[in-house]
Ligand binder design. Sequence first.
Ligand SMILES: [Zn+2]
Length: 110
Amino acid sequence: MVRKRSGRRNENRKDKAITSVVQLSNIINSPKVFRNRIRDVAARDLLKLGKKHGTRGNSETNSNICRMCKSILIPGKNMKIRIRDKSIISTCNRCANIKKRGPMFHQELK
Ligand SMILES: [Zn+2]
């Protein structure tokens, strides 16, 4: 009988997921190399991976993806950026999803 270690297998799967996240992030962050259509697909896969395996790209990569329509947000091209009350308000042109990022976004409120 073949000995199976399920724990090991899960580890491998997670490793693969992390490798994929790195590759997808590279695609997303290389607009000069990859076409937008390819980057959109990469963005979709990246979000899918994050949901499935709990792996995520870096925050910069993640913040450039629209959560609603899962497309890459390119400032001035398919997204609008407005600054109001010290927070950044970005609007996706494709699905009109509005995202707010304020100066306190990464800080805990005390
Ligand atoms: Zn959108």
